[in-house]
Design a binder for this molecule. Sequence first.
Ligand code: ADP
Ligand code: MG
Length: 604
Amino acid sequence: MPTIGIDLGTTNSCVATYRNGRVEIIANDRGNRVTPSYVSFNDEERLVGEAAKDEATSNCENTLCEIKRLIGRTYDDPIVQSDMQLWGFDVINDDNKPKIPVVYTNKRMIFCPEQISAIVLEEMKITAEAFLDETVTDAVITVPAYFNDAQRKATRDAGKIAGLNVIGMINEPTAAAVAYGLDRQSKEERNVLIFDLGGGTFDVTIVKITDRQFYVKATGGDTHLGGEDFDNKLVNHFIEELKQQHNKDISKNKKAINRLRLACEDAKRKLSSSTKAKVQVDALHDGIDFRSNITRARFEDINHGYFKRILETVKKTLKDSGLIKEDIDEVVLVGGSTRVPKIREMLEKFFDYMELKKTINPDEAVAHGAAAYAEFISNNNDHNLKDFVLEDVTPLSIGIEILGRDMQVVIPRNTKTPTRRWHDVRTAHPEQTEMGVRIFEGERALTKDNHFLGEFTLSGIPVAPRGQGEADICLDINSSGVLHVFAVEKITGKSSELKIDMGKGRLLPNEIKRMIREAEVFRTNDEELKKRSKAMNLLEDLAYNIKEKIGKSKTSKLKSESMMGQVTEMLRWLDINQKEPVEMSVLDKKKEELEKICDQLSKN
Ligand code: ADP
Ligand code: MG
């Protein structure tokens, strides 16, 4: 059974598989090797990828993008609150979980981010199945190295909803390092810095690579920094310009913002090769045809703060790895935003004008590495993956709250994974038979400044003097970077192992089951629609074919006029019903009618 690697990006997704000793990147049905992470709903159908992105301006309320920015986050997260302002679609609050309402086949439907990501993942699965001509279920999905536990679990849930068996998750820069290392085929030990700047996230990972062995030394990043932020800065710049020049505030006009954003992204890309770009949007707002320019220098100035943050993260990660910049042998660029000249310039300067490696494709490297990793963990003993070793690290420290406020770190950041650490907790009062345990992730000293992961109560602790009631808490992080927590009560030696579901805000197992069923219904609907549309096309082809034949046939004038009348009627019917999903049984009948004419023609 084949396995696939999926790079589920904020902006673009990519799928790859490992066949005959090498990785193949799989093109989608439009022949493109990356697919925009867009999903769009309309009166008739659900669209994914390029087809969905094409609807971004005409149907912006129901065209969803950048959903990865919502995944694993709560509604009140300031990042969610600010991103929402710039999206053409709505985000609503459902018990502090962000949800997205859309209108699909004239019905209002509400989706959670996992469901939308699942639609993108499913599209990648379908792309792979079409290429491999067989069913694919086992997949490795990539996540930004700096994704926290909730974001990883939500991504895995999205995979399940998409009908995938997620055999592993791999950090995006680590996957890129694997692609780079396998491609380079050198036995020499090198310290490689992977710099991954995409649409929504930024990761920097330092990996020691020796032949096919990959040891991550340290990782750092920002789950909310990427090309889309540069676009947003440009949008805000032009909103201000519009205020000053036309005295108009377009900030509440979602459609206008969406159109301006597409124009800004376009201009930003142009600025990677030119020093000046035009931004033009016809009938942007109140009849204004917006026309403006932006220079590369201005773009760099507007985004100066982000560029600075990026370099600081590189420095911090280097420090965490225990290396100095002179120890770095190679810097590898991954992600679409590494095409920004200022970013390259900044990195080159920092690394004393070392040549940056552009030998791997920045858009495909992550999926490439994920496919190799999928092959490796699915136990196929491929010769090229012999001696493959991959050791990653945790991006964030994980700890337990003590004294109701302090963070007691149990697993420090950049600890090798998988890892399992025990931590004993004691009762604070005599007679205490219950103990609450709260778990957090983050680097701050006080838990209130860190990210709350979950809590549980250990009950039934035997009465013991203060400080003698004791339990062992086990924090276990698997190779996908996902945390599980266990507790063992020690006094009675019962050693009962509790598995605690830390999934606050996460989907419950029965919700996932329901969503899997819903996704199947969607899939069936989509397939049915595709089948009908194909049948309609065939019918139309047939009608035109017959029309041509009638013209050439030697049948009597009366007969051919009657046949021509029937065919013209059929074409009109097809035209009228072009937008309505016609039942297959009706289409079959229509086909029979045409076939009868065909028979008559062949008899003459
Ligand atoms: P993700 O992995 O987050 O989906 P990608 O690695 O595909 O993202 O990168 C997408 C980002 O790269 C977008 O913000 C896009 O605007 C940006 N990008 C692509 N090409 C260029 C370019 N030539 N110059 C600047 N930015 C670019
Ligand atoms: Mg990416």
